[in-house]
Design a protein around this ligand. Sequence first.
Ligand SMILES: Nc1nc2c(c(=O)[nH]1)N[C@H]1C(S)=C(S)[C@@H](COP(=O)(O)OP(=O)(O)OC[C@H]3O[C@@H](n4cnc5c(=O)[nH]c(N)nc54)[C@H](O)[C@@H]3O)O[C@H]1N2
Ligand SMILES: Nc1nc2c(c(=O)[nH]1)N[C@H]1C(S)=C(S)[C@@H](COP(=O)(O)OP(=O)(O)OC[C@H]3O[C@@H](n4cnc5c(=O)[nH]c(N)nc54)[C@H](O)[C@@H]3O)O[C@H]1N2
Ligand SMILES: [Mo]
Length: 772
Amino acid sequence: MSLDRAEQQDDGVEPRVGPAPDGPPRVRPYDHPAAGWGAAESVTRFLVKEGALLDGPRAIRRMNHEDGGFDCPGCAWPDDTKGLRLDICENGIKHVTWEMTRKRAGREFFAAHTVTELAGWTDHALEDTGRLTEPMVYDPDTDHYVPISWKDAFELVGRTLRALDGPDRAAFYTSGRLGNEATFLYQLLARELGTNNLPDCSNMCHEASGRALTASLGTGKGTVDLKDWETADALFILGVNAASNAPRMLTALAEAHRRGARIVHVNPLVEAAATRTIIPHDFRDMATFRATSTSSLNLQPRIGGDMALLRGMAKAVLEQAASDPKALDREFVERYTHGFEEYREVCAATSWEEIEHQSGLPREEILEAARVYREADRSIVSWCLGVTQHEHGVDTVREIVNLLLLRGNLGREGAGPSPVRGHSNVQGNRTCGIDHRPSGAFLDRLGEVCGIDPPRAHGLDTVRTVEAMRDGEVTVFVGMGGNFALAAPDTPVTYAALRNCELTVQVSTKLNRSHVVHGRRALILPCLGRTEKDHQRKGEQATSVEDSMSMVHLSRGMKRPASPHLLSEPAIVAGMARAALPDSPTPWAWYVEDYDRIRDTMARVLDGFEDFNRRVRLPLGFRIRQPARELVFLTPSGKAEFSSAPLPDVVPEPGTLALGTMRSHDQWNTTIYSDDDRYRGVKSLRTLVFMNRADMRERGIAELAPVDITATARDGGTRALHGYLAVPYDIPRGCAAGYMPEMNVLCALGDYSTQSDQPIMKHLKVVIEPSG
Ligand SMILES: Nc1nc2c(c(=O)[nH]1)N[C@H]1C(S)=C(S)[C@@H](COP(=O)(O)OP(=O)(O)OC[C@H]3O[C@@H](n4cnc5c(=O)[nH]c(N)nc54)[C@H](O)[C@@H]3O)O[C@H]1N2
Ligand SMILES: Nc1nc2c(c(=O)[nH]1)N[C@H]1C(S)=C(S)[C@@H](COP(=O)(O)OP(=O)(O)OC[C@H]3O[C@@H](n4cnc5c(=O)[nH]c(N)nc54)[C@H](O)[C@@H]3O)O[C@H]1N2
Ligand SMILES: [Mo]
């Protein structure tokens, strides 16, 4: 890796994460179908670049197969239920290839570069050095990472943890890649130590969904599965860029459209999934360029306007019910729900003027969406970050449930709420105990089965962990995967917080920002990836994962590990635990010899995991029981709860815009593959802001002109980015959008939702002006 390929970085004040652009920025509307040959071509280029043209295709054939193989380490969309189809996508392939690269960041690499030098590289350049090969420790005297044995590394972690003046001085972060078995051991380590400080990436993505669904239905997950997607009459897709972030959903959408289902997309941007697609595994379609439409209706509300739209749809259903009794499922509402009368009154009291003003949509469009909903016997509402990363994310998800309840769209085939989760096992992490607010019942079972006395006080989430590190209250940070430095809000504050730690430990596959922004002492512990064989004393091991639709199944790596010195994640957790807890009652080493042993313990602790080892080996695994699916509601009233929250005011003040941060097509969270965003027609540019043309004109901003973006936090503080290029885009007036993680610089740490504690990453209050 030579420095000339990597751009110098201004210590994170205005981070440049992408590779050096390979040409001048170019913007041109994309008018091809999603997936199809554009995706195939992009995949081939990628395989060549990573030197994986031989291994890649072989690995990809083993991905998401019912008979063994590994689970795609990309998104959490479920595998095809029809068995052996090529159920893969462009971004999944990129993701696997990125992990399987032939490049290596070994000890020679670290000897050649100081950490200060590496801190000047782009994030793309850091990850592009390849797979990490052995444990490394930071040496402050030389400013280099130097090799350390696993034994000494564990001892350093153990010694530091044992010396803390309390267990709450440590925090244990999880990124949603971690398999279930390692997850279970990891939370056990934290709780045996005595803390619930288990921040995770869910704190930044679906915390709002979990809280809302728990309050409304008594379980924090969606109730539908892929079969339901195959039988729904209407699909409502809110706030997700499916063609990039859950590409296998394209197949479900195209198939739904072919059988006559209606599909309504709700997004300030008309994303590629809301147009048409060429189904990638349908070779006839590929050969004949036959595209299938994936949309019946596109609605472009203002940022944050979803709740008003949903309330408008509910209001329309209730108004219709006055003359058409079939519009409302009265029997369902009476038998299974609580709080309907109050909700009906709230809907009646919310005027159409307010609904139009807050949603940014004309009444006719809202009525049209309501008509699709009313005419469908079975409806699914699906959503992702466009709904959750807002101040009122919980109220909005509860409004989704309100709407579903009105027509009994719950507990039957083809109907229900369906959040699209992020990382491949982020849902499994929660199920297996990563929760800073664990229930008393879970802790009781854990304590009883594992012979420990778990702490009862709630722990710290992501935002609170940054605050605590900044203030010196947490001094040891362990990151189980992920890239906390770049993923968390308020980049300079997060950097300072990590640097304030006594010890930072990153368990990772590739070099990233969180290794070069580190504590006084720092460890890099390299682990096996999902694609690699995991050999332990009792033979080759498989780990289990849970998808967005609560299916739990085994994932088995098939590649030789990137280096003989890598350890599995369960082995790394066990190593740290043995060093930190010399008197532990947990048989850490014995567990790691054979993951069936971990699963046997999990079966006794976790609801729905009875007979875990047998059921996880069934061809498609097993589905965790969803009480709400069976119309059993674990709520205080024993019924599904309507919520009657008032509509929030989301209309930007004059002169300001609402800005949302999002992913490009060519990135995986903080992993940036290129500076392109194919479906949005952007090449060689990430430091951009999408704006409405009229908003640009009003401010005297020309196409691709440099602008300054200033965000104002709730406490009045301001944060700015300079010289971003304005890209005119089909986005409602008053709205703007740009890329994470660069724009985390604009997100104030204190600006998290009072409902979910999630950072408000989709609704920043900004002023945009020409630069200079
Ligand atoms: N290839 C790839 N796949 C991924 C990821 C990745 O980075 N790359 N990340 C994974 C992870 S961890 C997650 S959590 C998911 C994220 O998946 P997404 O939720 O699709 O992620 P974002 O890119 O943040 O896109 C948010 C979408 O919401 C829209 N939006 C913004 N504001 C609003 C609003 O107020 N209302 C509505 N209705 N829409 C709005 C944006 O226009 C955009 O289409 O994807 C997962 N899958
Ligand atoms: N402004 C803004 N910020 C956001 C968001 C947003 O929409 N806007 N989205 C948020 C969301 S939804 C999320 S999920 C977070 C993402 O936050 P994270 O999950 O923390 O970040 P990733 O970029 O997914 O982590 C990438 C790193 O994971 C490591 N890795 C990859 N595979 C493995 C593995 O198998 N094992 C281990 N141990 N490590 C591995 C590699 O070293 C790689 O560098 O970002 C959040 N931040
Ligand atoms: Mo996420």
